[in-house]
Write a protein that binds this ligand. Structure first.
Ligand code: ATP
Ligand code: ZN
Length: 286
């Protein structure tokens, strides 16, 4: 029987859509929907299992799944025999401590002897230990942000992205305990066939991520500017230069890092570049 790599993804929730999107961008086709328990890619030896995200680290440890996509917060909290094989760059959030807005929070010593409600007891405990604080941890699984308001705890530790949930519950964020994003985890003891499939998938994910961070850039420039422009946007090896029919001018094509683009654009203009076009790249193999 052909080996399949089984990857667990979230059954429903914030991670699901972007997890499937990344796998599709990596060239995997799935034709049946996410309502099933599992589905097999048509053109790649991968089977997806749809599970609750909190259960995925355990399933990966037990080899029910070979790999999985979870929030880093869940990976760190569960402390299972999982290996973090790739950061995926979506579902970015932070796990923070928040206290009632009226409190005069002076630093971690404020937490001494207090009660903290959270769904992440292990992460909170290691934060407290690191800061030499003794505090109670009250584990609850949902709606953590209401705990101080109903007298269940003095503070909370929960996921924050915009802060609006804290705001509407009269809380303020006082400590960032960890930053998180979606991660690909795997069982560290996969057999060779599965490891080969996983490596191919990681390679493909890399090409998608690199492509997203880069843009294809085209411009017209006076010939005397080519050298200066090449220095600031060298591209993958060197830019492509094609003569324009107008004497003394060329069309220059290169690749630019998305994060540097705005810094470089004014320089390019000052060198005399005109008609600058910036185009997304779908896959990039360096
Ligand atoms: P349940 O298990 O009950 O479905 P959950 O909180 O674990 O709830 P989601 O809300 O779907 O499930 O969150 C899944 C993951 O997405 C979290 O573990 C976290 O890594 C990330 N996440 C959660 N909230 C946000 C947010 N507001 N912005 C970005 N990422 C988030
Ligand atoms: Zn969950």
């Amino acid at each position: 029987m052909k080996t399949l790599l089984r990857i667990a993804v979230q059954k429903s929730g914030r991670l699901q859509e972007d997890s499937l999107k990344l796998l599709k961008e990596s060239g995997l086709h799935f034709n049946n929907g996410k309502d099933q328990l599992k589905t097999q890619a048509e053109n790649f030896p991968v089977e997806l299992l749809f599970l609750r995200d909190d259960d995925i680290p355990q399933y990966v440890e037990d080899k029910v799944a070979d790999a999985g996509i979870v929030g880093e917060n869940v990976f760190v909290e569960k402390q299972k025999n999982n290996e973090l094989v790739r950061r995926l760059g979506f579902a970015k959030c932070r796990l923070s401590i928040a206290v009632p807005r009226s409190e005069n929070y002076s630093g971690t010593s404020w937490l001494q002897g207090k009660n903290i409600a959270t769904s992440y007891p292990a992460i909170v405990q290691s934060f407290l230990t690191k800061n030499n604080i003794a505090a109670g941890i009250h584990e609850i699984s949902g709606s953590v942000e209401i705990a101080p308001g109903i007298g269940l705890a003095d503070a909370i530790c929960d996921i924050v992205s915009s802060g609006s949930t804290l705001q509407s519950n009269g809380l303020k964020e006082v400590e960032v305990v960890m930053k998180s994003e979606a991660v690909l985890i795997a069982n560290p003891e996969l057999d060779k066939d599965k490891k080969d499939i996983l490596d191919e998938l990681i390679f493909r994910i890399g090409t998608v991520q690199t492509a997203k961070n880069n843009k294809y850039i085209l411009m017209n420039c006076p010939n005397e500017a080519i050298e200066k422009i090449t220095q600031i946007i060298p591209g993958m090896k060197s830019p492509t230069i094609m003569p324009l029919s107008r004497p003394g001018w060329s069309s220059l094509h290169s690749v630019v890092d998305e994060n540097d683009f705005w810094k470089k654009i004014n320089l390019l203009k000052s060198f005399g570049a005109e008609g600058i076009l910036v185009i997304p790249i779908e896959k990039m193999i360096v």
